[in-house]
Structures are given as structure tokens and as C-alpha cells.
Design a protein around this ligand. Structure first.
Ligand SMILES: [Zn+2]
Length: 221
């Protein structure tokens, strides 16, 4: 009987070595992903407050993106008990990145679609067109704020009337907390930390993009 060769210490080192193994290559609209990390679709089952609907295989991202999603799921669960539906998460990137069906970007492991939080949520992980009136503004702000609070977040695309509604909402809740208001308004268009980009298309979800991970030299904006 043949005995299996033990891995040599040197070999292991080569594999787990100091070199970062995941790499975001190129631009979100023309790029690829090397050794991406897979997001567990049932984060809520693990107590992480997010879920992905069935039949979404494209859940690959950089470790930074996957960690950020999990961490915002946990933040959400600190505000909302398990009685509330988890954050619906849509596509990230395909296993090796590159063009993804029905998306222009999502090619390099830095993009994720995050469904809007609704007053009347759909089944776990699903999202659909959600008007500002149908939005659960408090839950939506908890989720958006979590992404904005992380300096890795580079851009958040949201349809413009929804951006206006969110801006109005934070002006109301931070009325007596001037410094908070000033800080969060600065993420909106015209602000010095601008991260929110209003557009015409993101009516069911916000599209979050993170910055190029440190050390990914071939990654570009
Ligand atoms: Zn997207």
C-alpha cells in the first residue's frame, strides 16, 4: 500500500506564505479576481444578519469585501433581533471575476449589491424595487451607515430620489447632534468625503464598492 507523502514544511510555507493569495485585478468594469473568498449565502443562520437568495452563485470577493458584509450583518443584528429579516445580499463577483451577467461592473471582487430594507420585507435574501415610502428608513440607515463608517468603502450607488429621502432622514435624526450630522452629510454629493453617488438605476438595492485592497498592485479604480 502506498503511503501518502507528508507535505514538507517548506512546501506549506510556500502555500501559506506571506504573499497575499487573493488579488483584485484591473477595474470593476474590466477586471478579474484571483483566489477570491466565497461569501456564505446563509449568514443569518450563523447569526450574521444577512442572507442571499437561492440561485446566486456569484458570491466571490476579496477578503476585505466579504469581511465587511459579515461585519455589517452583525452590526444590523445588534439593532434588530432575529424577528427581523436579515439584510438581503445580491451578487458579488464570479469565481474568477470578469464579465457578469446583467452587470457592467462586479468584475474584480470589490462590488456587492445590498437590497434595500423594506417595511414589508420579502422572503429571506430577496429584494425588489423599493420606493422611499416603502423603505424602513431606520433599518436602511443602520445598514448604509455601517458601510460608510468603514474607510474601505469607496462608492455607494443609489437612485437619486432614495438618496434625497435618506438625506432628509439623517437631517431629522441628527438635528440636535450637529457634529454627527456634519460628518454624515459629508458622504453625500458635494461633501468632502463623497461616497454616495445618486443615479437613475439603483431602485431595489444599493451597490457598494470597496477601494483597491492594499498590496493589490494590479487593482485600479
Ligand atoms: Zn451592482
Amino acid at each position: 500500500m502506498r503511503r501518502r507523502k507528508r507535505p514538507q514544511p517548506g512546501k506549506r510555507l510556500a502555500f501559506y506564505g506571506p504573499q497575499r493569495s487573493t488579488e483584485s485585478v484591473g477595474r470593476p468594469h474590466a477586471g478579474s479576481l484571483k483566489n477570491g473568498i466565497h461569501l456564505d449565502p446563509d449568514g443569518d443562520g450563523l447569526g450574521r444578519g444577512y442572507a442571499v437568495s437561492k440561485h446566486r452563485p456569484d458570491l466571490w470577493g476579496t477578503p476585505e469585501l466579504v469581511t465587511l458584509i459579515k461585519s455589517c450583518g452583525r452590526t444590523y443584528r445588534r439593532y434588530f433581533s432575529r424577528k427581523y429579516r436579515p439584510i438581503p445580499i445580491g451578487d458579488l463577483s464570479s469565481r474568477r471575476g470578469g464579465p457578469l451577467k446583467s452587470h457592467k461592473s462586479h468584475q474584480s471582487g470589490r462590488d456587492v449589491d445590498v437590497g434595500f430594507m423594506r417595511k414589508k420585507p420579502l422572503s429571506k435574501g430577496y429584494f425588489t424595487n423599493t420606493s422611499p415610502r416603502q423603505m424602513n428608513m431606520y433599518a436602511q440607515w443602520v445598514v448604509l451607515k455601517c458601510f460608510l463608517d468603514d474607510p474601505q468603502t469607496q462608492m455607494v450607488f443609489i437612485e437619486r430620489s432614495r438618496v434625497r429621502a435618506l438625506k432628509k432622514y439623517i437631517k431629522r435624526i441628527y438635528k440636535k447632534r450637529r457634529s454627527r450630522l456634519k460628518k454624515y452629510l459629508s458622504y453625500f454629493p458635494g461633501g468632502k468625503r463623497k461616497a454616495i453617488y445618486p443615479d437613475k438605476v439603483h431602485k431595489s438595492h444599493m451597490h457598494v464598492r470597496i477601494r483597491c485592497p492594499k498590496g493589490d498592485r494590479r487593482c485600479s479604480h
